[in-house]
Design a protein around this ligand. Structure first.
Ligand code: GLA
Length: 730
């Protein structure tokens, strides 16, 4: 990557039909295949003139027209890098402020920019902007990840006015994307039905994706989208931008087709009920907006994000994960030491690495025997666990299995000692009846004392039990009646809640850098790259029905890598255990079943599947994902992971419809292999007592053949899920 500043000679500009004027500056933010180009005109107005494929000859950025389409931009800032409200702007702003003197406008002019390599293959460009009339500055940061083609963009605002400035809108990013047509794929959902895609052509005006839920911010709509240019998003063709906001709270992403039919994109914290008062000398830094541009369809866009996440974002993205047995669906709140000991011994027999003790192990005055009480009182329940967590950790270890626990430390039950002691730590409004989400309330993490409490809960448990090996961190309530009794700026609550959460997680990660942490939110109510800076993995949904999961995992996979996606085999759904296991294997595998209820074949199959998983998991976790047949469009879902060296692949296919004789009627074309290598195909997870029709000894094909002619995995109603291992043959 190079950051290039081109001063344009008058001659060049004069010779072209473009409106590049003499003296314009061009700032090119480049990755291996992508460029975002900013033009600064003689008045110092910074605008975006290109976002897309990187040009071979960087000097030609100077030929880029000021606006791709003909027509009049009355303001000259439709394509501003950071559109300020209140002055000449006519469109949706990125920034809206009221200065110390009450002036409700901003003007942002280019001052300078700088570039530095901040890590191997990571280049940071900072563009400094200033209001000519006020000591008010905006810094735009663009971190360009060279090899992954991902740009991470955020903004810092500061001023030295005499009194505080009120920030009414403060986006992370403001992009400008000219195309003939725009197709937006966004996702919606609710509990147990997360990540349903919808693709729509954008029309003139605004389309908004947002949330106001505070916590569990993604419950209805996650902050991730695919934007296809000119034609609807295809898997391997077409121009696609995948974008996602790294923020675990209220967000707003706006798509505006402007009068020139170009697309303006604004992404950031939701300004809803969140005016931020910025004191002189202080800085406000927005969360980051992440995006990648692909001209080879949404498949490439998602592979870029996966590579980026594993290398640069998720803790131990290149490391190991633990297979586990969870007790939630096996016991719910009804357990004791004996029951648990039997369960984790069964876990050992099954062959998982860890036993995860879920909800219900804590609270005494108001014991956590159902979901009405006890959140906040993080002491072992003396009746259920008379010998404490330490005893169970040791028992598990001597049974040869690691031990982890469930926590929901941001929450409080109305019936809890914590609430009795600290009513002012709870988010609620005076003069309004309390209103509960899953019978609970949210602690006010904008309060530093609450941050200390939450940190102390987790740190205390880990200090007492130093070999505790896993934490599932849940978050089951949204914020109702948003108000902080202690925050001097009540409208800071939504923002400072998330900042407070990150402060706690920063402290925990500083002390426990390698502890595996699962991000859970009543299922997938909180899945974003802000939180995934701290969590090794996430829980996509409480819905673990094998069939449903194919769709849910498919759609998460556009943004998040398999290594971080926790897939558990449970009793949800009607599919046999083989089907559920094959589906769970497409990510980070785990169990939530009563092992002793498995019959002999089911147990043998599961034990074997865990061994197979341990052998092949690296290809699934670190490989490139290629989607071959979409469950959204077919009765068949098929996808494969290919190792970077293209010497191994894991190929998963499922029947998702039940029409007569449906299945893989024809060969499926593989992707991502090396055409000149030879591959052997072997079926995995063959259920005891059944035979695979895939002929092992003769199944050797070139990558070219497999990608041109394809191969039929022979999926049908009797073989509703098929896992094939594709290995380079010598
Ligand atoms: C949430 C989680 C579940 C389980 C329960 C426990 O719903 O998503 O996996 O941990 O809480 O109360």
């Amino acid at each position: 990557m190079k950051i290039t500043l081109y001063l344009f000679a008058f001659l060049l500009a004069a010779k072209t039909a473009f409106s590049a004027a003499p003296g314009d500056k061009y700032i090119a933010i480049e990755t291996q295949h992508t460029a975002l180009v900013i033009r600064v005109d003689q008045d110092g107005d910074p605008t975006i003139v290109h976002l897309g494929k990187r040009l071979q000859n960087a000097a030609e950025y100077g030929l880029l027209p000021a606006n791709e389409k003909r027509g009049e931009d009355y303001t000259k800032i439709y394509n501003s890098v950071y559109t300020p409200a209140g002055g000449r702007n006519l469109l949706e702003p990125a920034l809206q402020v009221a200065h110390a003197d009450g002036n409700p406008s901003a003007d942002l002019r280019y001052v300078r920019h700088e570039t530095q390599t901040v890590a191997d293959g990571v280049v940071l460009t900072t563009v400094f902007l200033k209001d000519p009339q006020y000591p008010f500055e905006v810094m735009l940061y663009y971190k360009a990840y060279q090899n992954e083609d991902v740009i991470e963009q955020w903004t810092t605002i500061r001023h030295s006015e005499k009194k505080p400035v009120r920030l009414q809108k403060y986006a992370s990013a403001n992009l400008y994307i000219p195309a003939r047509k725009y197709y937006l794929t966004h996702f919606h959902g609710d509990w147990a039905r997360e990540m349903n895609p919808e693709e729509i052509p954008l029309t003139a005006g605004l389309k908004v994706l947002d949330t106001k839920l505070g916590t569990r911010a993604d419950l209805f709509q996650p902050p991730s989208f695919l934007l296809a240019l000119n034609q609807p998003a295809e898997e391997e063709i077409g121009e696609v931008i995948a974008g996602t906001l790294a923020w675990s709270g209220n967000y707003k992403i706006e798509f505006e087709i402007d009068p020139l039919r170009n697309l303006r994109l604004l992404a950031g914290i939701n300004p809803y009920a969140s005016e931020y008062t910025l004191a002189p000398g202080k800085e406000f830094t927005t969360p980051a907006f992440l995006y990648t541009y692909s001209n080879a369809g949404k498949g490439q866009a998602s592979r870029n994000l996966h590579r980026w996440a594993r290398k640069h974002r998720i803790p131990q993205g290149k490391g190991n994960r633990l297979t586990l047995l969870n007790n939630w669906e096996a016991t719910y709140f009804d357990f004791n030491e004996e029951k648990l000991t039997a369960l984790f011994k069964d876990g050992k027999k099954l062959g998982v690495d860890l036993f995860l003790l879920d909800d219900g192990w804590f609270a005494n005055k108001y014991p956590r025997n159902n979901d009405q009480t006890g959140l906040g009182d993080w002491q072992e329940n003396k009746q259920k666990l008379p010998h404490g967590l330490g005893y169970l950790v040791k028992e598990a270890e001597s049974a040869g299995i690691k031990f982890g626990i469930w926590l929901e430390p941001e929450m409080v039950s109305p019936k809890s000692e914590l609430y009795e002691k600290h009513p002012d730590w709870v988010i609620k409004l005076p003069n309004r009846a309390e209103y509960y989400f899953r019978n609970q309330l949210v602690l006010d993490l904008s309060n530093p004392k609450v941050q200390d409490f939450v940190y102390g809960v987790v740190d205390g448990i880990l200090t007492k039990n130093p070999t505790l090996s896993y934490i599932k961190w849940d978050c089951n309530a949204v914020i109702y009646n948003a108000f902080s009794a202690t925050n001097p700026n009540p409208s800071h609550l939504f923002v400072e809640y998330v900042q407070g959460l990150y402060k706690v997680l920063d402290r925990l990660r500083a002390k426990y850098p390698t502890l595996p942490l699962m991000l859970c939110s009543g299922g997938g109510g909180r899945v974003d790259y802000g939180a995934l800076k701290y969590f090794t993995e996430f829980w996509p949904s409480d819905n673990t029905d094998g069939l449903e999961r194919i769709f849910i995992q498919w759609n998460y996979s556009y943004f998040f890598p398999a290594i971080a996606t926790c897939n558990h085999i449970t009793d949800w759904g009607d599919q046999p255990i083989k089907f559920r296991t094959d589906v769970a294997m497409m990510g980070k595998m785990g169990y939530d079943i009563v092992v002793s209820k498995l019959d002999e074949k089911e147990l043998a199959f599961s034990q074997q599947a865990l061994q197979t998983y341990s052998r092949v998991k690296d290809v699934i976790w670190q490989g490139d994902l290629f989607r071959l047949a979409s469950p959204q469009k077919n009765d068949l879902a098929s996808l494969m992971y290919v190792s970077e060296k293209q010497d191994k692949a894991l190929w998963f296919s499922y029947l998702v419809g039940n029409r007569y004789r449906e299945g893989s009627q024809a060969p499926i074309l593989l992707k991502g292999l090396n055409p000149s290598k030879k591959y052997r195909i072997q079926e995995l997870n063959v259920y005891p007592g059944t035979n695979s029709p895939i002929n092992h000894s003769q199944s050797v094909y070139s990558g070219d053949y497999l990608m041109t002619v394809g191969f039929n995995p022979q999926v049908d109603a009797r073989r509703a899920s098929v896992v094939l291992e594709v290995t380079e043959a010598n």
